[in-house]
Design a protein around this ligand. Structure first.
Ligand SMILES: [Zn+2]
Length: 388
């Protein structure tokens, strides 16, 4: 243990310098050149760690990286991080990486370049200190480029690797209290189009059937499905409708975000959504509903609980009391957990993700890296107990 933690302490300054480099390259999901440049940097590190790095070429998004290192034993582990951020090109030039008052700021520093960098240094520590884990376990690292748009092109790659793995670790940030992620809600998106009948709002208003009016009723009904008790929430986050104020609106459109704690709630809400779309308050209007669940819920299993307990045991060696919680945000952990026990939220701690105030607590970069390294050092033993 001492060898690992001392090694990481000795690398802290270099880890921050590497994070600075990665953060200062803009890599918004739609900025392919930027994401590929980040991929180039991360690939270099993975090769130094002894990985074979494959690029999965993409046209619309940056190329995904799939890096593999074969171990002598039969065990396999999967690590997942994303390279894309929600920030457009030019953001890093406007507000580059900076450290102030124990916090590091910059686009994607928390979500999730901090986690990506932490993983690389945890692996380096295991390699350089001669951990049994590093020689025996077959590892796959996936750095994908489209997580912030729900992983449309990387989902199948992640799932295929998850199916072969004994467990998966996802390096999304820790929750603001430093918690790991034990469960994630399922995430869905719906698209609702309402059709009415246009008419002159002054000359013949009675001939019109307002799609905007009908959509208003539907929005109230949809928001009525939110239940903070169960954790099911719906948000009509975008609406469009009508052409101008003196025309009764012929069409109206809404996009709806859905979060559910389990698959049963997803089915219940889906049925209710279809009822709302199929019935109307403004006569003669019709509606079409499409969409559904994009990210299945990440649920806790006995195996994932055991793995989280091993993370907690690693934390106790460092004097940390680590917890696992439920969160509403989706991640690739939602996908891996359908196929293999997953621990998520392994990245450093911080807050205000997806905003210009996003930060990590600098001290937690090395701290989480140590927890990861100690956990992985224990991993072969933990995995053996899962089989029994
Ligand atoms: Zn993320």
């Amino acid at each position: 243990m001492k060898k690992l933690t001392e090694y990481i302490d000795g690398r802290e300054a270099e880890m921050l310098a590497f994070l600075e480099k990665v953060v200062n390259i803009d890599s918004g999901t739609h900025d392919k050149a930027g994401v590929d440049a980040v991929g180039e940097l991360l690939s270099g590190r993975l090769r130094q760690l002894g990985f074979q790095v494959e690029r999965s070429p993409q046209t619309q998004y940056g190329d995904h990286l799939v890096a593999r290192k074969l171990g002598k034993g039969s065990r396999r582990i999967l690590f997942v991080g994303h390279m894309d951020t929600v920030f457009p090109a030019g953001t890093a030039a406007r507000r580059p990486f900076r450290i102030e008052g124990g916090r590091a700021y910059g686009p994607g520093v928390l979500d999730m370049k901090g986690g990506d960098v932490s993983l690389l240094y945890a692996l380096e520590a295991l390699k350089e200190t001669g951990s049994r884990f590093y020689g025996e376990v077959s590892m796959t690292v996936i750095f994908n480029s489209d997580e912030e748009v729900l992983s449309p092109t990387s989902k199948t790659i992640i799932e295929a690797e998850a199916k072969r793995a004994d467990s998966a670790c996802v390096f999304e940030p820790a929750r603001p209290g430093g918690e790991y992620v034990a469960r994630r809600k399922g995430v869905g998106k719906y698209y609702l189009t309402v059709h009415g009948r246009a008419a002159h709002a002054g000359a013949q208003p009675e001939a019109g059937r307002s799609a905007v009016g009908e959509l208003a009723h539907k929005i109230i009904a949809i928001h009525g499905l939110t239940d903070f008790g169960t954790g099911t929430t719906l948000n009509v986050g975008l609406v469009k409708g009508g052409e101008r104020s003196n025309v009764v609106a012929e069409t109206a459109y809404a996009e709806i975000d859905l979060r559910v704690p389990d698959i049963g709630e997803a089915a219940r809400v889906d049925a209710r959504m279809r009822e709302i779309a199929g019935s109307s308050t403004v006569p003669d209007t019709t509606a079409e509903l499409s969409g559904g669940l994009d990210f299945p819920p990440m649920v806790e299993t006995p195996a994932s609980r055991k793995l989280l307990e091993a993370v907690q045991a690693a934390g106790r060696q460092l004097g940390l009391d680590l917890k696992g919680i439920l969160t509403g945000g989706g991640s690739d952990g939602n996908h891996t957990s359908q196929h293999t026990p997953t621990v998520d939220g392994m990245g450093p701690k911080g807050s205000e993700t997806h905003s210009d105030r996003e930060f990590i607590e600098v001290a937690t970069l090395a701290e989480r890296t140590k927890v990861t390294a100690l956990f992985l050092d224990l991993w072969p033993t933990v995995i053996e107990t899962l089989d029994r």
